[in-house]
Design a binder for this molecule. Structure first.
Ligand code: NDP
Length: 337
């Protein structure tokens, strides 16, 4: 670990260890703590700052509120060869995915396509860590998560939708997987919180205040206001799909049904997640593998130097992370409490 003015360079392994201690001290089993720590430290290292160490306050606060069970053991069951269900039992979605991953991959490879349906789960993280490993194994994965009512669908007057991220990962022969992952709101809630914390105003078009008037003040969006979907009616429709696919298929809650009022401090939406897995080796002969690399060559020929996922792929082996001294001190205090 090295300390410079206002920042601390900490090795990725040391950061994972520190985060795991924090999660364990706040009620997580050691297995859950290490899954969350790897996820959170990995997001920080990849520059996903809205879902890196910034989220530790939210995890701790939720665990301490009794809203989430950090020691929950997921229950896996199946109703058909291509449909794998997990009841997260009020635990973290990443833990449910970890538990069901092997059987899910087996079902994708046997059937060509399979669905993983997770309910009773909490997701406060980026989605790309959930889908990228499938592409590294040669599979295509699409995932969706709904969250809590904080975004107003186009044409409505109430915030019925969550920030509802959507992620896609596909293997590209001989190259980094193509991975994208975004909130279906014009900005991720975590970025609005970061702007509020840092005293920044937002660009126009991100959200509205409690009277429904457009505002660039992140505090007004967070306190009684709402976000709006990205891309007007188009992003709004994608977010409707996320609600229907996730809450509808998993039996989890719609974002607007999440009610944490009895657990002050709760910040992890208690909803569900789906992952659709496809084995592209089932495609037509000479299919996906050739076509994916042809496609990337076409993009490059058209002048596109990068594609979604490449930036993160290139920095993934970075062995250390730079965080603010204030954040490092906060984490150290949490670990000691
Ligand atoms: P971003 O706008 O940061 O990124 C969207 C996607 O576009 C990424 O895959 C990114 O890839 C890619 N991208 C960004 N800029 C470029 C560029 N110039 N050229 C090509 N590709 C680009 O996402 P959001 O702010 O909307 O979301 C941030 C995170 O918040 C996501 O990880 C999401 O999962 C998470 N989230 C989680 C929620 C939850 O409930 N758990 C709710 C809402 C959001 P790359 O990073 O490789 O550049």
């Amino acid at each position: 670990m090295s300390v410079r003015s206002g920042t601390v360079d900490v090795s990725l392994e040391a950061l994972k260890g520190l985060l795991a201690r924090i999660f364990e001290r706040n009620g997580c089993s050691s297995a859950t703590a290490s899954i969350l720590a790897a996820n959170c430290a990995g997001a920080e290292a990849a520059g996903s700052f809205s879902h890196g160490v910034f989220r530790v306050d939210g995890y701790v606060s939720s665990l301490r509120s009794g809203w989430i069970d950090g020691a929950a053991g997921p229950e896996i069951y199946s109703k058909s060869p291509a449909y794998v269900f997990v009841d997260a039992k009020n635990g973290f979605a990443q833990v449910a995915l970890h538990a069901a991953r092997d059987i899910f991959v087996q079902r994708i490879r046997e059937n060509g396509v399979a669905l993983l349906s997770i309910r009773g789960s909490h997701h406060l993280a980026a989605l790309w860590p959930d889908v990228t490993p499938f592409a590294q194994e040669g599979l295509i994965a699409i995932s969706m998560v709904n969250s809590f009512g904080c975004s107003i669908p186009v044409g409505a007057k109430k915030p019925l939708l969550g920030t509802n991220p959507f992620a896609f990962a596909a293997p590209i022969r001989g190259e980094a997987p193509l991975v994208f992952d975004f909130a279906t709101t014009s900005m991720a809630n975590g970025d609005v919180q970061l702007a509020a914390r840092e005293g920044r105003t937002l660009p126009p078009g991100i959200g509205v205040d409690s009277s429904g008037e457009p505002t660039t003040d992140p505090n007004k969006i967070l306190n009684g206001g709402a976000l709006v979907p990205f891309g007007g009616h188009k992003g709004s429709a994608i977010s409707l799909m996320v609600e229907l696919m996730v809450a509808g298929l998993t039996g989890g809650k719609f974002s607007s049904e999440v009610d944490w009022s009895a657990h002050p401090g709760a910040q992890t939406p208690h909803t569900g997640q789906i992952i659709i897995g496809i084995d592209p080796s089932f495609s037509e002969p000479g299919g996906f593998s050739d076509r994916s690399s042809q496609f990337i060559a076409m993009l490059r020929d058209a002048g596109m130097e990068s594609y979604p996922g490449l930036r993160r792929w290139r920095i993934q082996d970075k062995g250390s992370v730079t965080i603010s001294s204030a954040m490092f001190n906060r984490l150290t205090e949490y670990a000691a409490e």
